[in-house]
Design a protein around this ligand. Structure first.
Ligand SMILES: Cc1ncc(COP(=O)(O)O)c(C=O)c1O
Length: 420
């Protein structure tokens, strides 16, 4: 099989709306490496968009799924339940931020977790409104798109979106949006657009993923909590991209001294199997009536088995600490290159959730250089993802299990791509 043939077949058989970044096709993958159908090797710093914190095909995940496959693969949890679903909920309840009683429901995709968090918040408060942030990404379903704060390419041509969704600017120091600007904008929303007593939830990413790895300053998160407490609004942390060790903690909200009422999670939760979750205060989670939550595949047994193995692997292999150390290594590398690469505007992030933003000589965003760096890296066998409202940020999502030698090789390629 040739990559070029597959590109032609893809163009003929699948819609262009499913945009595909690479023009080579996966054949097999192991930990942090991937081989295409022509035998070319790539170092994977994309990790299936933040899904593979435990690497490709971790042996313990494979073993857990194989064992489950021998027993049963699907019953529909809402029809015939199974113990592993409960065990995973108990483990997440014990580990998610917040020293209060929690409950967890499972779904399939990140967007579905977000949809359900909003359903739960509306049911619990009896209010319709939801506030989200510019640059935020919450998925491709109707409510996901409505909440997402980036029009191109996610929202173009797909409206109208569900109503009662409002946006405020997310703090973004490099582009002149301070914490105070964001908070002022929220107060302005309450004056001009929506009565805070009609708002069910404020949803935010503690570190914006697609938006450019913008880290929420502590005073911003504290202010959000304060506004929520003042008006009876629920605070929802969307940890779909930040969760499961990416930021040097199991959940990014552990970096803050406030806790959300609800947390959405997906991606690395099940290390490559489609599984998502909403975890939150028990009384809030219990607001929807029986039958209001769920889905045919929600909490699929293979995915749940994989997720239980993910939690064990993260703990047994010390991957959360390792991720923080790897992130520091990358940060040091990029900081060291700043003086030689004038396009580097900012290196930012937390733990292993690190990104570099590129700018032009006049300080404006530099998406062209970003694409060049991506292309040059790919030519040398390193898979990098971009992000950012202006498409001018490269984000790094290497598996936390990456071997030291492969990490070093990846960083060398990155340096060559930046200096070329
Ligand atoms: C923060 C955040 N929320 C929600 C989603 C949507 O997840 P999914 O693509 O699994 O629907 C994503 C996906 O990138 C995300 O990063």
């Amino acid at each position: 099989m040739k990559n070029a043939d597959l590109v032609r077949r893809k163009d003929a058989a699948t819609p262009r709306g499913v945009g595909v970044m690479c023009n080579f096709y996966a054949e097999r993958a192991e930990n942090s490496e991937l081989w295409d159908v022509e035998g070319n090797r790539y170092i994977d710093f994309a990790a299936g968009i933040a899904v593979l914190n435990t690497g490709h095909r971790h042996p313990r995940l494979v073993q857990a799924m194989q064992a489950q496959m021998e027993r049963f693969t699907h019953t529909a949890y809402q029809i015939v339940p199974y113990a592993s679903y409960i065990e995973l909920a108990e483990k997440i309840n014990a580990r998610a931020p917040g020293a209060f009683a929690k409950k967890t429901a499972f779904f399939t995709t990140g967007a579905e977790a977000v949809e359900n968090a909003i359903k739960i918040a509306r049911a619990a408060t009896g209010r319709p409104g939801v506030i989200a942030f510019s640059g935020g990404f919450h998925g491709r379903t109707m409510m996901g798109m409505a909440l997402t704060g980036k029009v191109v390419p996610y929202k173009v041509g797909f409206g109208p979106f569900p109503g009662d969704v409002f946006h405020a600017p997310y703090p973004y120091g490099l582009h002149g949006v301070s914490v105070q600007d964001s908070i002022n904008a929220l107060h302005q929303l309450f004056k001009a657009d929506v009565d805070p007593k009609r708002v069910a939830a404020i949803i935010f990413e503690p570190v914006q993923g697609e938006g450019g790895f913008n880290v929420a300053p502590a005073e911003f998160v504290r202010a959000l909590r304060g506004i929520c407490d003042e008006h009876g609004i629920l605070l929802v942390a969307d940890e779909v991209q930040t969760g499961f060790g990416r930021t040097g903690k199991l959940f990014a909200m552990e970096h803050y001294d406030v806790t959300p009422d609800l947390t959405t999670m997906a991606k690395s939760l099940a290390g490559g199997m489609p599984l998502s979750a909403v975890c939150g205060r028990a009384e809030i989670m219990d607001a929807p009536a029986p039958g209001g939550l769920g889905g045919t595949y929600a909490g699929n047994p293979l995915a749940v088995a994989s997720a239980l193995a993910v939690l064990d692997v993260l703990e047994d292999e010390g991957l959360i600490e390792r991720g923080a150390a790897l992130g520091q290594r990358l940060q040091d590398k990029l900081d060291g290159l700043k003086s030689r690469v004038p396009e580097i505007g900012e290196v930012r992030g937390v733990g292993a959730m690190i990104a570099v933003e590129f700018r032009k000589a006049d300080g404006s965003p530099n998406p062209e250089f970003t694409r060049q760096v991506q292309d040059r890296a790919l030519e040398r066998g390193l898979l990098l993802l971009s992000c950012g409202v202006y498409g001018n940020v490269v984000r790094f999502l290497f598996p936390l299990t990456i071997q030291d030698a492969v990490m070093a090789e990846g960083l060398d390629i990155l340096q060559a791509a930046l200096l070329q």
